[in-house]
Design a protein around this ligand. Structure first.
Ligand code: ACO
Length: 340
């Protein structure tokens, strides 16, 4: 392993070290398999598996909202962190499927978990939102503004899925993942995080309806405007390029080389995208944590759920260097290197 001084491993802004002291996740009970989908649209298990790697996904109940899933994941993270909800200063919920346009889903979560002392806001960065949240949390903690921040990635993508469009409906699922970040002495923690956006590609992955540009009307709903619209091939191409470059930047800024990374936790959109990144980064696929076969693409929740699973199953261990790398609608991208 390359030896680096702590001062070069941390970004200059890191006045305090920031650690993830607890993680949690929640998956709805209902499983929708590829076989089930083949009874809804013209598709089959073989196509979905070979093109995406997805075998099944979870679907939230009709009366189970993004904030419900987020709160359940948060309570698990709080329990593991061994803190009380009142200690949380800030709640950040990354989501593309808020309970409502306002108030922020984070406010609903606050009420559900009893985090009475927290400020609350949502982050709109699609699938990259959880790492945007990590970066925002880090800024608040390193600057001594807040001590304890709850970051959640949660999405109920099945609520904005067009179930007649086989190009998209086979890809998505529902879930929530959470992490508690806090200043903790010692060498462990978030080493560096990068976030970025390519607004010029905002037209390749979006939901046109529901905002000020295209309000909810019967006509717009009939036109399926309140569902995900995606140019799959274009997203695929940009995703690989953005994630490779973001990953390389984070590893380099951490003062490490790719050989030092014990586990890569990528956005869980498509196994072929992950294989492409592994190949271009020259990191063996076995070092990537993959759960998209079980959950599909759960947007902002994906990387947070994977982090929690990797943590709870012992896949990542204290002292390991972990690389998380994501992309999403916007386009947005982000990467972070953590010493676990
Ligand atoms: N079942 C069967 N056939 C299908 C299906 C399906 N579910 N979907 C598409 N097809 C057909 C198409 O109609 C097309 O048929 P045609 O040749 O007769 O026209 C054929 O399969 C090939 O379609 P392509 O679009 O070329 O398939 P591709 O290999 O590009 O795979 C996919 C499509 C899986 C969507 C891929 O492009 C991809 O993964 N893109 C990235 C998408 C992504 O990651 N999105 C999430 C972004 S994260 C966020 O912010 C939510």
């Amino acid at each position: 392993m390359k030896q680096v001084l702590p001062s070069t491993r941390r970004s200059d802004k890191a006045l305090r070290t920031v650690s993830i002291i607890g993680t949690g996740s929640y998956l709805p009970e209902k499983v929708l398999t590829n076989e089930d989908l083949s009874r809804i649209v013209d598709t089959n298990d073989e196509w979905i598996t070979t093109r995406t790697g997805i075998k099944e996904r979870r679907v939230a109940a009709k009366d189970e909202y993004t904030s419900d899933m987020a709160a359940k994941a948060a309570l698990k993270a709080i329990e593991q962190a061994n803190i009380s909800p009142e200690e949380i200063n800030l709640i950040l919920v990354a989501t593309a499927t808020p309970d409502m346009l306002f108030p922020a889903t984070a406010c609903f979560v606050q009420k559900k978990i009893g985090a009475t002392g927290a400020a609350c806001l949502d982050i709109s960065a699609a699938c990259a939102g959880f790492l945007f949240g990590i970066e925002i949390a880090e800024q608040f903690i390193t600057s001594h503004t807040y001590d304890t921040v709850l970051v959640i990635g949660a999405d109920k993508l099945t609520s904005i899925t067009n179930w007649t469009d086989r190009n998209t409906c086979v890809l998505f699922g529902d879930a929530a993942g959470a992490a508690i970040l806090r200043h903790r002495g010692g060498s462990h923690g978030v080493i560096t995080t990068h976030i970025g956006s390519y607004g010029q590609y905002s037209g390749i992955l979006f939901m046109p309806g529901g905002g000020s540009r295209c309000p909810i009307t019967r006509e717009n709903v009939d036109l399926n405007l309140a569902t995900i619209h995606m140019s799959g091939k274009e997203v695929y191409k940009q995703a690989v390029t953005a994630m490779v470059s973001a990953a390389q930047k984070a590893v380099e800024q951490a003062g490490l080389s790719v050989q030092d990374i014990a586990c890569v936790i990528p956005h869980q959109a498509n196994l072929r995208i992950i294989e492409g990144i592994a190949d271009r980064l020259d990191i063996p696929l076995e070092r990537f944590y993959v759960n998209l076969d079980r959950y599909g693409n759960t947007s902002a929740a994906a990387v947070a759920v994977a982090l929690d699973e990797a943590n709870r199953t012992g896949r990542i261990k204290p002292g390991d260097y972990i690389l998380m790398v994501v992309f999403g609608g916007g386009l947005t991208w982000a990467s972070t290197v953590i010493e676990w």
